[in-house]
Ligand binder design. Structure first.
Ligand code: ADP
Ligand code: ZN
Length: 619
């Protein structure tokens, strides 16, 4: 055994300023310090970083040398390393943002064993040059561990496949005996198996945390006028707060960023088509300034560990639950109330199905992708607790959460079985009579008995189903269509003008064997009323402070902004809002008073303690 169990605890306390390990952190840390391999599955914001940072520090102290952290995103290594410096830990990164001279200096320090954690991208780690350096460390017993962050990137089933991750098996083959810890926030069963196999971690101990993020409120709304709905959501519930809005295409990102800006919201665009400099500037502003809304494609966000993102909105439906959960997980890392909002409509279902059908991938792959899409569609259509379904998808049983739209305001449900049968038989008759298929609009017109030009042109008013669904509104029928498509009882032919086709799954519905339960469309005003009260219920971090406490909090925030600027780091790297709020509440007089506050480690106490006392004393 390398170390008595108290060592990780004292590192947690002294260096990071935290009282206690969270969930399985303690067990993971002990296991890796003792030299074991681990696969860690923890939701975003669960506290994965400490799971390898503390073992790296402990093993370095015990003479085992440097830990190598494989991280896919160059852009964020700077802030991660900056945060470690603030805590007094020797950390560096090697990536293309360094000059040759700087990189050489880092390599020299690494070879001399002066670095505790070295961050590098997988491309770098597997170069002959870097491997030769690792060889040299390894020969001297100075390679303490490998941490493989965002480990789902190794799997093509994951939503962020990076072929470079495949080459990481070299670490195991070349440095057998050096502990490896792979971490990810997103892995369903099939991805998890794939990670274990690809990284040859079959013998590693698996630590699977609950995926629940209880502070995030999930809401999925039917899209009517998506932009207005989004705008309302932001204005009513998140005015002035930081958030991310995900859109499917670059064009849409630009459009929405402009619309939001036009409404006085500080919104910035982010997508792969922007100049890399613009992208970097926007990302930096999002991280460093308060209350920016980033409108982005999914190119944005991996590794973003800004703790006070208050909402994540999806204006277009993502591809699968893993992606959705990873993206929404970027909200509320600080544990304070946060929201995940998604708009969803018939067009999303059609688009996602078509993208799979038209992709050049093999049929097996498409089958898996369809299954994943179906699970997401079922979530969107659900009339019961969203969280129970989300967690269920990750293999976790739970009870209704009381903090999702369906729990807070159980949707009205209506029995759409009859409407669904009538729709399907209309589609059947039309196809039979005309020998071709038609799109949703025309089918609904026939069913509702509308004498349009097209109806006349094809003689569709003579069909026995003409007008059999006159009692249903178009909104209701759209809901029925969406659900039929979502559940595979009806298909959309993307190759033929999005026409509707019966499937094998249609039979059960036509025969009345499959019941169709539908959400009643919620009217906007009721929706809005609920949201307003929800917004009030969400406490801001400083809400509990007295007036003088608020004044101290404000003074501390402006002091922190100066320090962050001077250090070229995001403000939360200096101190989290929650830490500032705790200081403001306590009104400390001495360094001793400060010491017990969560988030103030020894190095930060030494570096900032006196200044903090001065700021607090000056209010
Ligand atoms: P992940 O990488 O899993 O998304 P992080 O490692 O970024 O999560 O941790 C999320 C937040 O929780 C960070 O701000 C981190 O400092 C904080 N945190 C992690 N572990 C603890 C702990 N034991 N006590 C208090 N705060 C913690
Ligand atoms: Zn719920």
């Amino acid at each position: 055994m390398l170390s008595p169990p108290s060592i990780p605890g004292s590192i947690l306390h002294e260096i990071f300023g935290y009282e206690q390990f969270r969930g399985p952190q303690a067990a993971i840390v002990d296991h890796v310090i003792a030299g074991g391999d681990a696969l860690v599955l923890m939701p975003t914001g669960g506290g994965k970083s400490l799971c390898y940072q503390i073992p790296a520090i402990a093993r370095q102290r015990a003479g085992h040398g440097v830990a190598v952290v494989v991280s896919p995103l160059i852009a964020l290594m700077h802030d991660q390393v900056g945060a470690l410096h603030e805590a007094g830990v020797e950390a560096e990164f090697l990536n293309s943002t360094l000059s040759g001279e700087q990189a050489n200096a880092v390599e020299k320090r690494m070879l001399r064993g002066e670095i505790t954690l070295l961050y590098a991208a997988p491309e770098r780690v597997t170069t002959p040059r870097f491997l030769a350096q690792l060889d040299s460390l390894h020969e001297r017993g100075k390679l303490s561990l490998f941490a493989i962050d965002e480990a789902h990137c190794v799997s093509q089933w994951g939503h962020d496949f990076r072929p470079e991750y495949r080459a990481l098996t070299v670490l195991h083959e070349r440095y057998a005996g050096v502990p490896r810890i792979a971490l990810t926030a997103t892995a369903d069963a099939i991805t998890r198996e794939d990670i274990l196999e690809r990284l040859q971690l079959e013998d590693a101990r698996q630590f699977i945390s609950s995926f629940d993020r209880p502070n995030i409120r999930y809401t999925i709304v039917e899209k009517k006028d998506a932009t207005t709905q989004l705008l309302r959501f932001i204005e009513r519930e998140h005015e002035g707060e930081a958030g991310i809005v995900y859109c499917q295409s670059r064009r849409r990102v630009e459009e929405i960023a402009q619309t939001l800006s036009g409404q006085g919201i500080r919104a910035l665009p982010y997508h792969a088509g922007l100049d890399s400099e613009v992208r970097q500037t926007n990302q930096d502003r999002f991280l460093r300034e308060d209350g920016i809304v980033m409108v982005a494609t999914i190119a944005f966000g991996m590794g973003i560990d800004k703790p006070d993102v208050r909402f994540v909105a999806h204006l277009d439906m993502p591809k699968n639950i893993e992606g959705y959960y990873q993206e929404t997980g970027r909200a509320g890392r600080d544990g304070l109330p946060a929201a995940a909002w998604m708009g969803y409509g018939l067009q999303d279902v059609v688009n996602q199905r078509r993208m799979i059908d038209e992709s050049p991938a093999g049929e097996d792959f498409k089958q898996v992708m369809r299954g994943k899409l179906d699970a997401l569609l079922a979530l969107a259509e659900a009339t019961d607790c969203r969280r129970v379904r989300l967690l269920g998808y990750f293999g976790e049983a739970s009870t209704p959460c009381g903090n999702c739209d369906n729990c807070l305001q159980p949707p009205q449900v209506w029995d759409g079985t009859d409407a669904a049968r009538k729709l399907l038989s209309t589609i059947y008759r039309v196809q039979q009579q005309s020998g071709i298929s038609f799109g949703a609009g025309h089918v609904m017109d026939i069913m509702r008995g509308k004498k349009t030009e097209k109806v006349a042109q094809f003689g569709h008013e003579r069909l026995t189903t003409f007008g059999i669904g006159a009692e249903f509104s178009e909104v209701q029928l759209r809901g029925v269509l969406r659900q039929l498509i979502a559940t595979g009882a009806l298909a959309v032919d993307g190759q033929a003008f999005n026409t509707l086709k019966l499937t094998d799954g249609s039979r059960g519905v036509l025969k009345g064997e499959t019941a169709v339960q539908l959400r009643e469309s919620v009217s906007l005003p009721a929706d809005a009323r609920r949201r307003k009260s929800a917004a009030k219920a969400a406490p801001a971090v400083a809400a509990g402070l007295t007036d003088s406490g608020q004044a101290r909090f404000a003074a501390l925030k402006s002091w922190r902004a100066e320090v962050a600027r001077a250090h070229n780091l995001p403000a939360y790297v200096i101190f989290h809002d929650a830490t500032l709020a705790a200081i403001a509440a306590l009104a400390p007089n001495s360094l001793d008073d400060l010491q017990g506050i969560s988030g103030i480690g020894a190095k930060k106490l030494e570096a900032y303690g006196e200044e903090v006392l001065r700021v607090v004393g000056g209010v």
